[in-house]
Ligand binder design. Structure first.
Ligand SMILES: NC(=O)c1ccc[n+]([C@@H]2O[C@H](COP(=O)([O-])OP(=O)(O)OC[C@H]3O[C@@H](n4cnc5c(N)ncnc54)[C@H](OP(=O)(O)O)[C@@H]3O)[C@@H](O)[C@H]2O)c1
Length: 283
């Protein structure tokens, strides 16, 4: 089976390099240098010439705050390129696997959010991710979207890396405690993608996928300090004391029942964090 992967040097892309090891898979991992998602002709040409059976889009504009002032690039990567890739998948009858975000939800429901719940994106990043989902679903009937949240991977910058660095440098830290979600290990997303590839009869469409359990950023940072044996004191603060250019949802816990019914592999985010630490080459 030929598989084309975009954005392959990102958190999920590198986790996929470790996960797609089945010798019957012929994988073409591309990142910006090999395939710039802003070059529509190149994206189309790569898909049509390689003729993969599966395309996995890990490329995205993920700088959530920068996106507020860099809208055009964000639209081109998170929306326009997704349409081009999805259209190419239809032309070659390939399955399209795309990743989206919990930020498409933004509401006051204090219960886990269903795929069918209304979306209400409140930032440029979130709006372009939702638009990308719609483009993918309308351009390719064989699209599977995984909406995930709070991704931490072994490679690249992320919240765990930032907390470990700050926790080593400082005695005390303030972390937001009124944004609630679920941390998700990039390697677990890669396993979920593998499950999609291998489950031929899985219904296309949108699936929430995240670590089991619930946390605030404050809870997550305390767990990181404990896991890494750091003595830094973490203080809870409200979002209003940590303003950011882009709005974040206060509550974006994903209801995982649809993916659980589809037998996706899951584990608790605390177990995933322990695994991350055990495999962290920097410790
Ligand atoms: N990170 C999170 O917390 C989070 C949460 C929910 C959902 N997601 C979604 O999960 C998916 C994977 O995210 P991630 O955490 O793995 O992100 P990431 O580490 O930022 O990786 C994104 C990748 O896309 C590449 N990329 C950006 N612009 C490109 C372009 N024009 N052409 C080709 N490649 C380009 C980046 O390359 P460069 O390094 O060269 O820019 C990077 O390798 C994304 O769809 C994201 O929206 C992420």
């Amino acid at each position: 089976m030929r598989i084309l992967i975009t954005g392959a040097n990102g958190q999920v892309g590198t986790a996929l390099r470790r996960t797609l090891t089945n010798p019957s898979y012929e994988c073409l991992f591309t990142d910006r240098d090999e395939l710039d998602m802003r070059d529509e002709d190149a994206v189309r040409e790569k898909a049509l010439s390689y003729k993969p059976q599966v395309v996995i889009n890990c490329a995205a504009y993920t700088a959530v705050d920068k996106a507020e002032s860099d809208t055009q690039a964000c639209v081109e990567i998170n929306q326009d390129a997704v349409r081009v890739l999805a259209e190419a998948c239809t032309s070659i009858d390939a399955r399209f696997i795309h990743i989206s975000t919990d930020y498409v939800y933004h509401n006051d429901k204090n219960r886990p959010l269903l795929e069918s719940d209304p979306t209400d994106p409140q930032s440029v990043y979130a709006r372009t991710k939702l638009a990308g989902e719609k483009e993918a679903l309308s351009a390719c009937a064989k699209t599977t979207i995984l909406r995930t949240s709070w991704v931490f991977g072994l490679e690249g910058g992320n919240f765990v890396r930032t907390m470990v660095r700050l926790g080593s440098e400082r005695d005390e830290l303030n972390v937001v405690s009124d944004q609630i979600g679920a941390p998700t290990f990039a390697d677990d997303i890669a396993r979920a993608i593998l499950h999609v590839i291998e489950t031929k009869d899985l219904k296309p469409g949108t699936y929430n996928y995240a670590g089991l359990g619930v946390a605030s950023w404050y809870d997550f940072s305390k767990a990181i300090m404990e896991t890494y044996g750091l003595t830094c004191t973490v203080n809870p603060i409200p979002t209003k004391l940590y303003p950011t250019p882009a709005a974040r949802p206060h509550y974006s816990v994903l209801d995982l029942q649809k993916a659980q019914a589809g037998k996706f592999p899951f584990r608790h985010w605390r177990d995933a964090l322990a695994d991350f630490h055990a495999r962290d080459a920097t410790t």
